[in-house]
Design a protein around this ligand. Structure first.
Ligand code: DOR
Length: 451
């Protein structure tokens, strides 16, 4: 089966390609990129995707999302989570280990891989826990878990408070050749905090979660990475001071990787008070804005964007954290932390491009080849011979976020009702169309392709 993606802006930061052209896919593999030419007529076995006015880039890669399977299937399953990812343009996701039970033994990894192969529509790379039961005390059998397919290790959601355990985890990360991904939070400092500590929290009467709780842990782990030479990956950095500490560590030559999320790059704690940057008001105390670590100040947001631009932070990941209605339909303090983000990630980040804060090619780099490199994944490129993992999006199409239309079971997005600019129209994984937007069916013609 051949697929021809015609007339799009082919953007492949892995090879510095940015040109209008036609991309051929043969038998699930990227075959060649040729100058834009006339449409072939009457070829049997050919599917044509009209990508004129659209961007064609490698399938996006998310190294940090929660698929909730096993054990919390009321929030998400591998079937719904991977469909949500495909709608968002993602073709590879790394699933977090805080499932029920946690991914702390080979059987759970095997379950996830088997389920992903059966009901997943894109690639799923499971993370495993760093400690048994995510209890923070005893390391898991990291070599055995890596052998079973763990792509990295994380107790995400639960910070690794014991510095001795963290040191050993980093030492083992060298042996197994997989990163330790850390949620940086000194819970003695953040205790009881539900939003960013600062004037907005004071105004709202909500308990603050101070940036320093994150920053002390970032500093500790960078020192331990320097000591051990282990592979550290810092999850969801949120503060300007955290960025500054990371910048200093880079200058010292310490090796590690770090990420920021779409919500921390685009939203601030003013959203919790119901103030949106577009001047329209949102509901104050909307529990969909409650996330851990919390949305920070505008100065923090700007520092994160600068860090993504300059490569001080390596990549963008969603921290897609779906929750059911009962987890969020309550007062702010009692609600679960987390934002459902796979389906809005690209469009909300394109807001930064439209505002002139980031270039399009840099944004796509941070969502494709950079995460692939950080986690040793093979995707993130349109190089001929690579599996055809491709995202096609219209950078200008406007759409209104409607949780009811989302594939994810997690409807917990603070963007509900907001009009975004930038829409994923087609996603291909392994040369198969795994998402074709319902309002853009006509851009695909030729052979019948199952979606
Ligand atoms: O907001 C969050 N939600 N932060 C985390 O660290 C965990 C995640 C979840 O699992 O819901």
């Amino acid at each position: 089966m051949d697929i021809l993606i015609r007339g799009g802006r082919i953007l492949d930061p892995s090879r510095d390609v940015d040109q209008i052209g036609d991309l051929w896919v043969r038998d699930g593999v990227i075959a060649e990129l040729v100058p834009h030419g006339p449409a072939p007529t009457g070829r049997r076995g050919l599917t044509v995707i009209d990508a004129s006015g659209q961007v064609v880039c490698p399938g996006l890669i998310d190294v940090h999302c929660h698929l909730r399977d096993p054990g919390q299937e009321e929030k998400e399953t591998i079937a719904t989570g991977t469909r949500a990812a495909a709608r968002g343009g993602f073709t590879s996701v790394c699933s977090m280990a805080n499932t029920t039970p946690p991914v702390d033994n080979r059987a759970v990894i095997e379950y996830i891989r088997r389920k992903a192969a059966g009901e997943g529509v894109i690639r799923v790379f499971p993370l495993a826990a760093v400690t048994r039961g995510m209890g923070g005390r005893e390391l898991t059998e990291m070599a055995d878990l890596a052998d079973a397919g763990a792509i990295a290790f994380s107790d995400d959601g639960k910070p690794l408070l014991d510095s001795g355990v963290m040191r050993h985890a980093l030492e083992y990360s060298r042996l197994v050749g997989r990163p330790i991904m850390v949620h940086e939070e000194d819970t003695a400092l953040s205790a009881g905090g539900v939003m960013n500590e600062g004037p907005v929290a004071t105004r709202l009467g909500l308990k603050g979660w101070p940036g320093v709780a994150e920053e002390v842990m970032i500093a500790r782990d960078l020192l331990l990475a320097e000591l051990t030479g282990g592979r550290l990956h810092i999850a969801h950095v949120t503060t300007a001071r955290g960025v500054e500490i990371i910048r200093q560590a880079r200058d010292r030559g310490i090796r590690f990787t770090a990420e920021a999320t779409p919500h921390h790059l685009t939203l601030t704690d003013e959203w919790v008070a119901g103030l949106r940057p577009d001047g329209r008001s949102a509901i104050p105390y909307d529990t969909a804005t409650k996330v851990n670590p919390p949305l920070r100040s505008e100065a923090d947001r700007q520092a994160l964007v600068a860090a993504i631009r300059e490569g001080v932070l390596d990549l963008i990941s969603t921290d897609h954290a779906p929750h059911s209605e009962v987890d969020k339909l309550c007062e702010y303090g009692a609600a679960a932390f987390g934002i459902s983000g796979l389906e809005t990630a690209l469009a909300s980040l394109l807001g930064l491009v439209h505002a002139g804060e980031l270039s399009l090619s840099l944004l796509i780099r941070r969502l494709t080849c950079d995460p692939a490199r950080a986690f040793g994944l093979s995707g993130g490129t349109l190089k001929p011979g690579s599996p055809a993992d491709i995202c096609v999006f219209d950078p200008d199409a406007r759409w209104t976020v409607d949780p009811a239309r989302m594939a994810s079971k997690g409807k917990n997005t603070p963007l509900a009702g907001l009009t975004l600019r930038g829409l994923v129209t087609v996603t291909l994984c392994d040369g198969r169309i795994v998402h074709l937007h319902e309002d853009h069916q006509s851009i695909v013609s030729g052979e019948e392709v199952p979606v």
